[in-house]
Design a protein around this ligand. Sequence first.
Ligand code: GLC
Length: 724
Amino acid sequence: MIAKKNLFSSEIKEKVQSLISEMTLEEKVGQMSQFDWGFHAINPDAGGEINLIMKELLDKGMLGSLFNLSGVEQANTLQQQAIERSRLGIPMIVGRDVIHGYRSVFPIPLAQSASWNPDLIRRTASAASKEAASDGISWVFAPMIDITRDPRWGRIAETMGEDPHLGEIMAEAWVDGAEVLDSANESLSVASCPKHFAGYGFAESGRDYNTVDVSDRVLREVILPPFRKAVDAGALSIMASFNEVNGVPACANHYLLTTILREEWGFEGVLVSDYNALGELITHGVAKDAEEACEIAIKAGTDMDMHSGIYYKYLPKLVQEGRVDESLIDAAVGRILALKIKLKLFDNAQVNPDLNQSVILSEEHVSLAREAARESIVLLKNDNDTLPLTKQLKSLAVIGPLATNINDPLGCWAADGNPDDVVSLLDGIKAKISPDTELLYAEGCDIESEDENGFEQALAVVAQADVTIIAVGESKIMSGEGNSRSELDLPGKQRELVEAAIKLGKPVVVVLFNGRPLTTVWLDEKATSIVEAWHLGIQSGNAIADVLFGDYNPSGKLTATFPRSVGQIPLYYYRKNTGRPPGGVYSSRYVDAPVQPLYPFGYGLSYTKFEYNNLVISSTSISSSDSVSVSVDITNTGSYNGDEVVQLYIRDLAASVTQPLKKLKGFSKISLLAGETKTVTFTVTPSDLAIIGVNNSLTVEPGSFQVMVGSNSEDGLIGEFVVR
Ligand code: GLC
C-alpha cells in the first residue's frame, strides 16, 4: 500500500525548493505545460500555435510532459533531449491513457468491476502499469472513477458503475496497483491519475461533455467518495474534468480544486487539466479570452495545462503584471517536480528497451487477462439450466457479428491493444469443444447496418445444429469518450436475427458484447440463456468459452443497473422512497411501464444455487460509537462449486435528511463447494452508518437501521437494530 499522506518526503521537498530557487519563470511555466505528441505526429506542420509552442518548449528543454508517444525508443530519445537541453537537467514525464490494460488488454472497467474483486483490479492495474513503464510511460491517466447512473453516457464503460462504496473500494485497489514504485528502478515507477474530478458522469441526458448540475449533497455523498479514497490510497495526481460543477468548469473551480482537494483532503499530488480544458473555459463562457482562462485556472488550483499552451503563453505576463502571484506558480511547479523526483526520473529517465520483451504480453499477463475476463462475465439468464453446454455436442452453430470479431472485444480505451492478440469467441469455442463436434458458423448480419442478406445462411446453420450460440452487441466505438447513445437496444438488425433464430425452437445461448447496460427486455423474455460478456479484452473468446462449457462457473454481478427503457433513466438501486413510492395512481409511477429495472445492481446468476439463512445481528441496540456485526449463513445447494458475492446493504429508516432505501456497505466474495455452508460476518461501523445530516456534518444519527444481506440489491435477509 502506498504511503497514505505525505506523498513527498522532506528530502524530495528540499530538492524541489532548491530547484525552484534556480528556475526562471519561463522554465517554471514550461514545467506546467503538457502536450499530446500524437497530435504533433499527426500534424507535424499543421496544428497551428499548439505545435509551435510544443516545439519551442522541446527545443528549449523546458517541456514538463508529453503523452501519446509511440514506444520506448521514442520515449528514451525525447527524454534524453529534454534532459540535455534543460539548463537544470529536468526530465519530462511521459503520460498515456492506460485505462484497462496496455498491450495485454483487460476487460473494460465496467466489466472488471462486475468481478467485485478488488485484488483482481489491483493486479490488472499493476500489470498494465508495468507494461506501460517498459515503453517509457511513467504516468497513466487512470483509474477513471467517475460514478454514473446514466448508461446513455458512453464513458460508463470506463467506470466502476453506479455505487459510491464499490467505487471507493475499486479506486483504492486500482491506485494501489497502478502506482508501481519500483525501488530497484528496473523499470520506471508509475504514477496514477484518478479522473475526472468531478461529476463528469452526471452529464445531463447522458450526453458526453454536457452540463452537470448536482447538489453539494450528491457531490459529497455520491461523486467524491471514490476520489477521497484514491487520495488516501496515495494517488500521485488527479485529473480535473471538462464539466462545470455548480456553474464553474472543474479546471477553474476553486471550490473543487483548492477548498475540497487541498484544504479539506490535504492532497499533495499534481492536478492536471483534461485535454485543452483551459481553452474550453472560453467555450464554456467563463473566460472572455485565453488570458482570463489562464488566470482563473491557476487561481483555482490547476497545476498542469494539458494541451492548450495557455499556461506557457500567458502565465509569465500575468505574473509580470502582478495579476498572479508567483507563489501560485511555485506551488504548482513544486508538485510537478516532486512527482518527477518521486518517480526517480531525475535518477534515470532511460528505460532498458529489452524490458519490453519480458513484460509486454507476458504469459502471466495473458493468463491474468483470461482470469479477469472470466470473473467479469455476468450470467443474466439460464432457464432449464441450458448452460453449461457439454463439450461433446454433436453439432453447434455460432452466429452473429461478434462471433469472429477480434477488434471490438478490445473495448473503448485500448490504444495500445492489437486485434491480433484477441481470441475471438469462435476461436475460444473451437479450442474448447470436442473435435467430433460439427461446428457451423455464419455471421448473419453486421453490428449496425440494416442488411439482412446474411440471415438465410445463419438460420440454415441454426436449423442444422443441436445448439446455437449467438454473439451480438455493440462495437467498441459505441461506448467510450464522445460515444453516447440515445437508444440502448441492440443496434442494426441484430434483434431481428436473434428473434428469428429463437423462433426455430432450438436451444439458443445469447452472448452480449456491450460497453454499457442495454434495455433488451425482449431478449430476456425470449432467450433461455443470456451471458453478459461486455468487451473483455484479449482473452475474450477463451474466457467466454470457459463459462459456456462449464470450466468456470460465472460469478459476476452487475455494478450498473440495466433499465427496461431509456425512459426510466436515471435508474439506480440506491433510490429514495419519496413521499409517494411507486404504487397506486397518485404515486411515483409510469402509466405505461413498470419502475423496476430489467436487471438490478448486484445481480448475477450462477450455475449453482446459493441459499441465505440465519441472519444474526450481534446487538439490537447500540450507541452511536459502537459497531455491530451482521452474520449470515450461505449454503451452496446446487451441484456446482461456485463463487458468490455476498452483499450487505444498510438503510437509515429516519434521518434529518432523506436516505436511500439501501446503500451498499459491504461485500464478500466467497467460494463454496457444492453442498458447503459458510458463515459470512460483516462489521458495521459508525462510519458505515454516518450520514451528512441536515447541518452538513457527518454524524451517526440515532434511530432505527435496517440491514439486508443478499445476492443482489433487491432481495435478501432483513434485520434491524437501533442506534440509541
Ligand atoms: C481525453 C479524456 C481523458 C484523457 C485525456 C488524455 O479527452 O477526457 O480521460 O485522459 O483526454 O487523452
